[in-house]
Design a protein around this ligand. Structure first.
Ligand code: LHQ
Length: 261
């Protein structure tokens, strides 16, 4: 399947999605959001797709909304409607995909592009990456989940300063603050991220997907509710082939072969 704004390749269980408008720093258009949602939907349905990797072509990761697309809006244009049909469902599709989503932040991630990066589960950044709120720089408020993730990831006090002042966060600062898992040399980024994605794709991906569901759930509930939910979900993974294989391989002192079911 080919798309107008993204490239999608699948290799040994890993779906690699590349935002592909490099001349625009991969700025988001409605079409890009639709292409992303379609690619995520296909990854959801395809049982051979066991991990997803998202990155950007060229120098930038994603500059957020393509500001030239919104230039010609008329008085009936609704920011809300635009978000409800594009970046909100895109971010939600990534959160609801019960497979690991790794983001390789190769360059600037700004505005809704920051939201896209934060929607992933694990982030590796190039030393050249930067994380830019952008919204306040053009008189807007955060969207695409940025006001949800940022205080949770870096703390509400830092999030307030970053969002109010449009602070550009460097890769090393992002690592210190827990916004990314790892910072890589630019030329090594894709090798490192692919190695992680392939490792995850050969892990018990059913249990990883259910862990993701559990982590999503934990963001809005009490401790009592969460441990109840854990017990409920352990019944799902406890009946999986991967669990039988994991225990058998342990007893036979060999490496397990997990199939994600
Ligand atoms: C761009 C963009 C861009 C087009 C760089 N569009 N071309 C939702 C709903 C509806 C409406 C509004 O918004 C939203 C959500 C949002 O995402 S709001 C936030 C929108 N994004 C921004 O305001 C970011 C604007 N860009 C920047 O702050 C910088 O360009 C960043 C930090 C991304 C990169 O900085 P630099 O590395 O210094 O690169 P640059 O500024 O030189 O940009 C490189 C090129 O990319 C340049 O084109 P050119 O032809 O001059 O080389 C920029 O015009 C283009 N570009 N962002 N959003």
């Amino acid at each position: 399947m080919s798309y107008q704004t993204i490239l999608v390749e699948q290799n040994k269980g890993v779906v690699e999605i590349t935002l592909n408008r490099p001349e625009k720093y991969n700025a988001l258009t409605s079409q890009m959001a639709f292409d992303m949602m379609d690619a995520i939907k296909k990854a959801t349905r395809d049982s051979t797709a066991r991990a997803v990797l998202i990155t950007g072509a060229g120098r930038g990761f994603c500059a957020g909304q393509d500001l030239s697309e919104t230039d010609n809006r008329d008085e009936n244009y609704s920011f809300r409607n635009h978000l409800l049909k594009t970046y909100n469902p895109m971010a939600m599709a990534i959160r609801q995909l019960e497979k690991p989503v790794i983001v390789a932040v190769n360059g600037a991630a700004a505005g809704a592009g920051l939201g896209l990066a934060l929607a992933g589960d694990i982030r590796y950044a190039s030393e050249k990456a930067k994380f830019v709120p952008a919204f306040i720089g053009i008189g807007l408020v955060p969207d695409t989940g940025v006001s949800y993730w940022l205080p949770r990831l870096i703390g509400p006090t830092r999030a307030a300063e970053v969002l109010f002042t449009n602070q550009h966060i460097s890769a090393s600062q992002a690592l210190d603050w827990g916004l990314v898992n790892k910072v890589c040399e630019p030329d090594a980024l894709m090798d490192e991220v692919r190695a992680l994605a392939h490792k995850l794709a050969h892990s018990p991906t059913l249990a990883i997907g259910v862990t993701k569901r559990m982590l999503n759930h934990s963001l809005g509930v009490s401790f009592a509710d969460q441990i109840d939910y854990e017990a409920y979900l352990q019944d799902v993974t406890g009946r999986s082939e991967d669990y039988s294989e994991g225990v058998t391989a342990f007893q036979e002192k060999r490496a397990p072969v997990f199939k994600g079911r």
